[in-house]
Design a protein around this ligand. Structure first.
Ligand SMILES: C[S@@+](CC[C@H](N)C(=O)[O-])C[C@H]1O[C@@H](n2cnc3c(N)ncnc32)[C@H](O)[C@@H]1O
Length: 268
């Protein structure tokens, strides 16, 4: 008899697409415009979520977002009213972006699926057509949406694109279930971009899944400190600061949501 807990990772696997890439030429260090993202799975997944299908990784609970922001302000040793520049890579429509903005921070989100960011714009108010303007990014990096407050920017495009305008821009990276959704070969280029975009001494707040079973499968992948700190992942440019333990309970049996804080080293 197979238990539901044993089947759960498999069920998630079939409903949670793999973030993969294929290269038309060259290796991982090549400019991203030489690559083709297989994003069809994510686009279909977002259509299903927004049509009322299973929520997969989504945590629509503002208390969880408040906790995350408190961990972040604690780690940056700033008073809670000091505005931070926060990057949210592979953000989906995570409520954290709107919540951090509502607390006075400057937020930038990146996601490849337009419907996900459209859903996020609605969180900023019903007037979202008047409140947002869009331009095409000049290097083929997708569409950039700016909120009239000047404190929210949404990049509708590929996280792995080189974006010189974001170099050394962020005090904080908020990564919830983003690293853990990447296929293993995408971890290196993803962490490379984050190391470019984060200021020296900037911090990464990362939430990952710990799984009781099915650890060899993903996404979501089972991620521990050692996985984050591989030299080819965050270890190349970031130091490990601390483990936050389980940051909030999940209503998915057999999985725990674990938090970690990393800090970017000084640029040489
Ligand atoms: C597991 S979801 C996590 C979403 C969000 N961080 C959260 O926890 O609510 C992964 C997200 O990555 C986005 N994504 C996948 N590949 C991407 C890429 N190459 N560039 C930007 N976004 C991508 C998907 O559209 C999806 O919204």
């Amino acid at each position: 008899m197979i238990s539901i807990a044993a089947l759960l990772p498999l069920l998630l696997f079939v409903t949670y697409p793999q973030t993969t890439q294929s290269f038309t030429s060259g290796g991982l260090s090549k400019q991203r415009n030489k690559t083709i993202i297989k994003m069809g799975g994510w686009s279909e997944t977002w259509k299903d979520i927004l049509n009322g299908g299973p929520k997969r990784w989504k945590v629509d609970d503002v208390e969880a977002k408040q906790k995350a922001l408190t961990h972040i302000t604690d780690a940056t040793s700033t008073s809670s009213d000091t505005p931070l520049r926060i990057l949210c890579p592979l953000a989906g429509d995570d409520q954290f972006v709107h919540y951090a903005w509502s607390q006075g921070h400057d937020v930038t989100a990146i996601d490849i699926v337009p419907d996900a960011l459209k859903a996020m714009r609605f969180q900023f108010g019903e007037n979202n057509k008047e409140d947002w303007s869009s331009t095409s990014s000049n290097n083929g990096g997708g569409v950039v949406w700016k909120h009239k407050s000047g404190r929210a920017t949404l990049y509708e495009g590929d996280m792995l694109m080189k974006r010189p305008e974001l170099q050394s821009s962020f005090d904080v990276v908020y990564d919830k279930d983003s690293f853990g959704a990447l296929s293993l070969e995408m971890r290196q280029p993803y962490c490379q971009r984050l190391s470019e975009f984060t200021k020296s001494n900037g911090i990464v707040y990362v939430e990952v899944k710990n799984k009781e079973s099915g650890r060899e499968f993903g996404p979501p992948y089972h991620v521990e400190k050692n996985d984050l700190m591989e030299e080819t992942s965050f270890g190349g440019a970031f130091d490990y600061v601390n483990a936050l333990g389980e940051v909030y309970p999940l209503n998915m049996g057999g999985m725990r949501q674990m938090g970690h804080i990393l800090r970017r080293g000084l640029r040489k």
